[in-house]
Design a protein. Structure first.
Length: 215
């Protein structure tokens, strides 16, 4: 048996956008016909996708940023990350931009750690998590942050301690959980076998976000 996720094309009998936010997401309702018969309504949070960066320095410390996340009312320690809502932007270039903007760092080596759907029962959000190494502070001026990102300190934690924090329930951001555990596993083989940073990503959304989509 091939345990690999595969595309499937269940027929959509009708679809409608029930919420257009003009910011990041939209909400769509589809009437889906099932192969065994019958149909049902399914709500979909339409999302442009995102990238995250597990940045590891020469001392095997992971770079974190702390950001306020309003839906869960918490300050979360997270990898640098960002939306793919710049029309036409390559995801690897987007990851490089986010590492610079959020943490004022750059990296010479990029590999793919994880591709994932964050919550496939409710949203089409696809994320790619990169492993960034050969780090250095950026030599460009700092990015002028806005909103929650104005007060976003950075911190460093040894990779093993970060994995312990995940398993202890002290870190909750999904990109942190997936990326840190994947990095620990990849380290066991000397980071060999990882996909290059520009590896194909067929699951990446081509939807640019509610603001860019207009309407």
């Amino acid at each position: 048996m091939d345990f690999a996720d595969t595309p499937a094309a269940y027929e959509v009998l009708q679809t409608s956008t029930v919420l257009h936010t003009g910011r990041v997401i939209d909400v769509r309702t589809d009437e889906v016909a099932f192969p065994g018969g019958g149909a049902a309504m399914r709500d979909v949070v339409v999302h442009p996708g995102a990238v995250g960066i597990v940045a590891v320095d020469d001392d095997e410390r992971v770079l974190f940023v702390r950001q306020y996340r309003h839906p869960v009312r918490r300050l979360l320690w997270e990898p640098p990350a960002g939306l793919l809502d710049e029309v036409g932007e390559n995801p690897l270039e987007g990851a490089k931009r986010e590492l610079y903007e959020e943490a004022h760092h750059e990296a010479a080596r990029w590999d793919v750690l994880v591709d994932a759907f964050t919550s496939p029962g409710m949203t089409d959000e696809a994320v790619r998590i990169y492993l960034a190494r050969d780090l250095r502070p950026a030599d460009r001026p700092r990015h002028d942050a806005e909103d929650e990102e104005r007060d976003m300190p950075i911190g460093w934690m040894p990779l093993d301690q970060a994995a312990d924090a995940v398993l202890a329930g002290r870190l909750h951001n999904p990109l942190a959980v997936m990326g840190i555990l994947a990095a620990v596993r990849a380290r066991q083989t000397g980071f060999t076998g990882l996909r290059p940073g520009d590896a194909p990503w067929p699951e990446m959304s081509d939807w640019p976000g509610s603001r860019a989509a207009g309407g």
